[in-house]
Structures are given as C-alpha cells and as structure tokens.
Design a protein around this ligand. Sequence first.
Ligand SMILES: [Fe+2]
Ligand SMILES: [Fe+2]
Length: 358
Amino acid sequence: MIDKNKDNQKEGRILIVDDNLANVKLLERVLSLSGYAGMRTVTDPREVLGIYVEYKPEIILLDINMPHLDGFQVLEQLKEARKDDYFSVIMITAQSEPANRMRALDLGVNDFIGKPFDTTEVLMRIRNMLQIRKLHQQVLEQNRHLENRVEERTRELLDLQIELLTRLARAAEFRDDDTGNHIVRIGRYVSALAKLTGDTGRSCEHAGYASMMHDIGKIGIPDDILMKPGPLTDSEWELMKTHTDIGGDILSNSTHDIIRLGEAVARSHHEWWNGTGYPDSLSGEEIPTIGRIVAICDVFDALLSTRPYKKPWHLDVTLETIRRKSGTQFDPDLVAKFLDNSKIFIDIWQSFQDKEID
Ligand SMILES: [Fe+2]
Ligand SMILES: [Fe+2]
C-alpha cells in the first residue's frame, strides 16, 4: 500500500527479484508503507536483464536460490551493465556460509540482508545504498561539468591563439594588403588543399591558420622595397628574400603546434621542388609539405591579384602557369590535386574579395 502523504514519498527505483511470491509481496508492502513508490518486482530471474535495460533500477534486492538462474548467475548477467552504470545489489539470503558471501562480494554484491529479514534493517540498508548512489551520481555530474569546463577553456585558448596569429599575420601584410583578404584566402586554400592530400579535421584547420603567417617576415622589409611599384634591383631582391628567414626566426622555438607549423611555412614557402628556391635550396620532399602547399596557393592568389608592380592575371593564364611550373617550382602531385579541384580554389578567390577580415 502506498503512503498517501506525498511528503513521505521516497525516491528510488528498486527492483525486487525473488522466486517466492510471498517474499516479494512482503518486501513490496514494507517498502510501500515506508513511502517508496513505483518499484518493480519479478519472480522469474530470467526476466531480470530485460527489466534492467528498461527500468534502470538503482537498487536490486536479489534472492540467491531461484530456479533457472540463481542469484550468482543473475549477477554474472548484469556484470557488463555495471561497468557503465552504478547500481547497488543487496542480496537477500538465508545462507550465511562465508564462501557464498565471498563469492557474492566478488561478483559485486554491495550488502546482505538475512532471511527472515528485519523490516527496519531492510529499510535502513536501502536508504544507505540510495544515499551512496546519489553521491556517486553527484561525483559523476561534477566530473562531467569539469570536463565541459576544461573543453570550453581549451577551445577559448585555441581561439585566442588563432585570433592573435591572424592579427599578427594581418599586421605583417598590412602595408600591401590592407583588407587582410590575401591571408584569409591563403588560409582557406591551404586548408582545402591539405584536405585533398588526405589530412583530416583539426589538422587541415591548423594548416590553414599556420599558412596565414607565411609572409610574417615582411615586417622586417623596408617600405621602399616592399611597396616599390617597379622591378627590384638585385640587392633589393636579396633583401626581400630575407623575409623567409625573418619570419622563421620570429616564429622559432615555439612549443605550440600551429606556431611550429607557421615557422615551417614562413621558412619554406619560396623553396622550389627542383631545389632552386630560397632560403635553403631544399628540394622535393625535403621541403615541408605545408611549405609546398602554400607555395602553390600563394602564387595562385598573387597572380590573380593586383600588386604595386603588376596587374591581375587572367584566371586561365594563372592556372596554366601553375601547370607549367609543376615539377620545377611546385610539387607535381600537389599541382595535380590543385588543378583537378580548381573550382574549390576559384570559389575561395571569388568569395573573399571585398570582405573585411572577421
Ligand atoms: Fe613570401
Ligand atoms: Fe602571400
């Protein structure tokens, strides 16, 4: 009989498993009178697993001696479920042999109630078990909350890193690209080409951000060279080429992956596949992949753009130039992937023309 006074109602999903219907009824009555409502009972132990899945009890009161499956076998069946779910098992038993108790404890039984049972003892043990489960749930909840906070903070730090990198890259390009769109496009092209090489998710994202820093070393190049409207003299050109080393030095010795990748990009984006590039005359796969990727994307974007010393090139001529430089300036495999998917890169070019960096 359920207590009609709602204030006395107690929370707790309790499953009673006993082949003896009289025992089941007695326990059910004791619990109901004490205020527990909505408990489930079963006299056939073969049904326990199914009921567990659907009802998710917090406590199972389990008889040992039952036909078909004894209490130990039921515990075996519940073993897997208990790995992910904390629920208590109280064994109801007339057996007091230590060996059986040991076996039950070994199988994860939390407590015992002797038969014939004392109602007060039953209720107190159930109350204790429910309290333990509640504490367990609170700890789980707290852990989940902490994990979410850590994830959130990590994401915030990463966002901050990326924002600072983007702004730093923009500062470096500011004198010849005041909208910042060149670096935004480079980030997008590089991320897309990295994806075409088989890189996934976060790694493509990082490649994109790192590539924005390719020309960060231009910070060290004087205005009259960087913004010169005509061709550079040999000595001016030599000075211009130092932007790769300057950029590499600015980003050197970092312990952060994106910045280390940025260092590789800054140093290697003017290396040529055939070894005639600068600053280190690296060739083929000696050149970091990210440097080979940026090399193609940077030239694609530069040829299509207006610069102080040149008018924008036509798209067909630009693509043809990239094809022609495959195997000399550029990695042939990357050129093939770039040209086979040129629509992706043309779309990026068209999408980021006049928008300010966000
Ligand atoms: Fe450069
Ligand atoms: Fe560039």
